[in-house]
Design a protein around this ligand. Structure first.
Ligand code: ATP
Ligand code: MG
Length: 388
């Protein structure tokens, strides 16, 4: 058996635990699909890329030869047309539960060596989220249910990944949306999850109700229109038993807000990201059979969300100013600032941190994520270079 300097796990034992042939695990290590964390999280690994039968971002914890899996959050597929998608995805059941889809970032929480830690979607231990989680949540749930994992959304303005001001949250909050078992990733039924979250005093995503399959599309349409007006994102439609896969659906205003943010940094944004949001508008507009006036409003909203931010970016670069993604974080322990900076740098981001400002017993730090590609491209165009 080969020796991998970075990976110190017992390959035989780990392969047995993962129900893989040892050669397959070696292969994954060879291809760098199994990555090791750093510092105090040295015994935590994550699967990146194509790990077999495991969700992206799945985490493998090595407790000195015995193992534990924190499965990645499964991809939620999107409905383009509510009516046929609901009927098709949930044909085996009579009713579905509709929850609010909150717009923040996905975090998984477990206890590790006596402390709570927070994983982001990719399976990294995020120092910023971890500090917040340690301050927001009590340990009792984790002590009493060591086999369970909390999955939730970190929402609010002091957010390094997705800043949203529409939730009436002063800084940052954690909203539970799933509780799942370690190793298998099996989810608790919706009402069981809700009951447990209530029992331990966790904040949860809103549950709008349970609807018969035949009325669900119409109900969701009403809910989405209201959410859209408030700038909120959308819904996740779930099998109450959590056996069938959930389905997501979002408001036009939220799709357009994504576009507005993305077109500001038009050369950084992924083409699929932009394209899929435009397509959503086409299907929603078709299904909702809207009036001419509503349709015109949609056209304006969509068009503006694409053009306004681009025009602003070009104008800003023209003045000699560079565009950047600006946000702030709020921490209690000053060291978290430095840990978080080095964390972002390890992930390959170019970030500029201002000096932490002490406000009460917290530190607020302004951060700029520089968008070099859009800056350079815009400058080049302004200097008369050709697109390609
Ligand atoms: P994916 O479909 O792979 O999750 P994505 O990262 O683009 O893709 P979104 O389109 O934001 O994700 O939708 C899924 C995410 O929605 C989840 O990862 C989760 O963080 C978030 N979410 C918010 N509210 C809920 C909820 N009530 N139930 C489930 N997920 C929710
Ligand atoms: Mg999201």
């Amino acid at each position: 058996m080969k020796f991998y300097p970075e990976i110190e796990i017992d390959i035989e034992k780990a392969a047995e635990f993962l129900e893989l042939p040892p050669s397959r695990l070696e292969d994954l290590i060879e291809k760098r699909s199994l990555k090791r964390n750093w510092d105090e999280y040295y015994n935590i690994y994550r699967f990146e890329g194509h790990a077999p039968h495991l969700e992206d971002g799945t985490v493998l914890i090595d407790h000195h030869g015995s193992f534990e899996l924190v499965r990645g959050f499964p991809k939620i597929k999107r409905a383009m047309l509510l009516e046929p998608s609901i009927k098709n995805s949930f044909s085996k059941i009579n009713s579905v539960v509709v929850e609010e889809k909150m717009n923040g970032y996905n975090v998984r929480v477990i206890e590790y060596n006596g402390k709570l830690i927070a994983f982001t979607r990719s399976g990294h231990v995020c120092p910023y989220s971890t500090e917040w989680i340690q301050n927001l949540l009590e340990m009792d749930f984790f002590k009493e249910n060591p086999e369970l994992i909390l999955y939730g959304e970190m929402v609010g303005p002091d957010n390094p990944y997705v800043q949203k001001y529409v939730y009436d949250i002063a800084s940052l909050e954690f909203f539970v949306f799933d509780i799942r078992y370690k190793n298998t990733g099996e989810a608790l039924p919706v009402y069981k999850k809700k009951e447990i979250a209530e029992e331990y005093g966790f904040r949860q995503v809103r549950l709008f109700g349970e609807f018969n399959i035949n009325e669900a599309a119409e109900k969701v349409k009403g809910i989405i229109k209201e959410l859209g007006k408030k700038g909120r994102e959308g819904v996740v439609i779930k099998d109450p038993e959590m056996v069938l896969q959930p389905v997501k659906y979002t408001a036009s205003e939220s799709n357009c807000a994504d576009l507005r943010q993305a077109f500001k940094f038009y050369n950084e944004a992924g083409r699929d990201y932009l394209f899929s949001r435009v397509i959503r508008e086409g299907f929603q507009s078709y299904e909702w059979n809207e009036s001419e006036e509503e349709f015109q409003q949609r056209c304006l909203r969509l068009g503006e969300s694409i053009l306004l931010p681009m025009k602003k970016t070009i104008a800003q670069v023209e003045t000699g100013e560079r565009i950047s993604d600006d946000f702030q974080i709020r921490v209690r322990d000053r060291n978290v600032v430095y840990k978080f900076k080095s964390y972002l740098e390890r992930l390959g981001l170019y970030v500029v941190f201002e000096t932490p400002e002490k406000i009460g017993d917290e530190y607020v730090v302004s951060i700029k994520k520089m968008n070099k590609s859009t800056n350079d491209k815009t400058l080049a165009m302004l200097e008369g270079q050709l697109w390609s």
